[in-house]
Structure formats: structure tokens, C-alpha cells
Design a protein around this ligand. Structure first.
Ligand SMILES: [Zn+2]
Length: 105
């Protein structure tokens, strides 16, 4: 009989799947405004009339996809956590392991 250990979940992605934040305006308390460029067009020329960032509906779509991916990653990690916790509690030294884990936190 062959036993398989469940594989640990993949490490979360460290890069932003959506990319840089799109161009946006910051308004100061004195009413002055300044633009933070998010695309090359405005980074090279802040007064460029055409912004090449994704349109708002595509930004929303990308954010929803990123949120769904984050929820999926969380569910996977939560499942892994629950499996590890159940294994530790089922172990003969489970109480000692949990005490040790709580001590190092
Ligand atoms: Zn832009």
C-alpha cells in the first residue's frame, strides 16, 4: 500500500496580477490636484491627453478576477490548515505540539 502526503498549497503569488494602479488624481486639502501616472503615456508626459490605462470596466473585471483568485487561495490554505490541525490533534503528542506552537507565536 502506498501512502501519499497531501502536497502543501503553492506559495501565494508575490506579484500583482492586475499590474500597476491606473492613473489617478490626488486632491489636496487646499483644492490643488496632482495626477499620479499609472501608464507609460502619462509617465512620460503628465499632460498627455490620452491615458493608456485599462478602461474602468476592464479594471473592475481584473479586480474581480483578482478577488476570486484570492478567495480561492484562501480556501485552499484554510483547507490545508484544517487538515494539518486535524492531523496534529489526532497525533499522540498533539497536545504537546499545540502547546509548543502556541508558545512560539
Ligand atoms: Zn493612465
Amino acid at each position: 500500500m502506498t501512502t501519499h502526503s497531501p502536497a502543501a498549497p503553492a506559495a501565494p503569488a508575490t506579484s500583482c496580477p492586475v499590474g500597476p494602479r491606473p492613473c489617478y488624481w490626488v486632491e489636496e486639502t487646499d483644492g490643488s490636484r496632482w495626477m499620479v501616472p499609472g501608464c507609460l503615456a502619462r509617465a512620460l508626459d503628465p499632460d498627455a491627453g490620452s491615458c493608456t490605462c485599462l478602461p474602468l470596466h476592464e479594471q473592475l473585471e481584473a479586480m474581480r478576477a483578482e478577488l476570486a483568485a484570492a478567495h480561492g487561495a484562501y480556501a485552499g490554505l484554510r483547507h490545508w490548515h484544517d487538515q494539518v490541525l486535524a492531523a496534529v490533534h489526532g497525533h499522540v503528542d498533539g497536545r504537546r505540539i499545540m502547546r509548543e506552537a502556541a508558545r512560539v507565536m
